[in-house]
Design a protein around this ligand. Sequence first.
Ligand SMILES: N[C@@H](CCC(=O)N[C@@H](CS)C(=O)NCC(=O)O)C(=O)O
Length: 340
Amino acid sequence: MSSTPTESNAEYGKKPFKRSRSHFADRITADGRDGWPVEAGRYRLVVSRACPWASRALVARRLLGLEDAISLAIADPIQDDRSWRFTLDPDGRDPVLGIRFLSEAYDARETGYPGGVSVPAIVDVPSGKLVTNDFQRITLDFATEWTALHRPGAPDLYPGPLRDEIDEVMEGIYRDINNGVYRAGFADGQSAYDDAYRTLFRRLDQVSERLADQRYLVGDTLTEADIRLFTTLVRFDAVYHGHFKCNRSKLTEDPVLWAYIRDLYQTPGFGDTVDFDHIKRHYYQVHTGINPTGIVPLGPDLSGWLTAHHRDELGGRPFGDGTPPGPVPRGEEVPPAGRP
Ligand SMILES: N[C@@H](CCC(=O)N[C@@H](CS)C(=O)NCC(=O)O)C(=O)O
């Protein structure tokens, strides 16, 4: 068995936490240079709504209107020793891929693959093979390679002139915030935890300052950078504050970040992908090394998420010259248990 610390084998905490690189990094592109051309109906995006990395792809797919082009499989938030499974579907099988475990798509791609099975994953439906689990690349390719299949009015989430700035902002957010909460939560000792905690809150303070007088992170529209900050902040009070010990302050205690995140949550394409029930059950029940009882807290109270944020007073044009996405496709609605 692999001794790599993964979330489902409870090896974290026994050695320094280090996020593994995505092993399958083929790209689906307009010109198909890796053998995987952009094509409507050919690929299936497999996610867990619990997972922040997968949630990026859920938000980007909605904002860009790729729901008809790329179908969606939602895994059970609780992995077992075979990792992600389709136990939410009838007979415990994904209805399109016909598999019970995501690992079957990994095996179809590479037999005996020794690494972890992770989401997000994109699977080629005709062959049943995994194409990519490269979470850093998937959303950028949705924005830049899938343009022919974007909905009319889709925003430009990675505009050419702003890419350097977006990349720079995202790098700090990834290291200190997206991955920083994991470094704190899965720290193998006090000093590793202390370091992650301090770096995390230093960066959050910096981001809060940046967002005090501008509505979005880069430019005056929503970009990929906002998606990446959103997926960690939306989980902050529910799981990172308690379970991962990121508890200097709650998000609700920072007026700027709390208003920013409510603004995004209430924007079509963001909050309508979030399932707080999946998030809490996954973190508190799967990470038995840091929560041995598996008890899932009842809080926090979610009623504040839909309150007025007043961020529109800062200006900004969420979708630039485009428009918000339409309603969530039938069958993809987040169940009431996961919503405020
Ligand atoms: N592909 C990356 C990032 C994606 C990722 O970490 N996803 C998590 C869920 S939030 C996952 O699927 N983990 C599976 C596991 O550790 O067993 C990795 O392998 O670390």
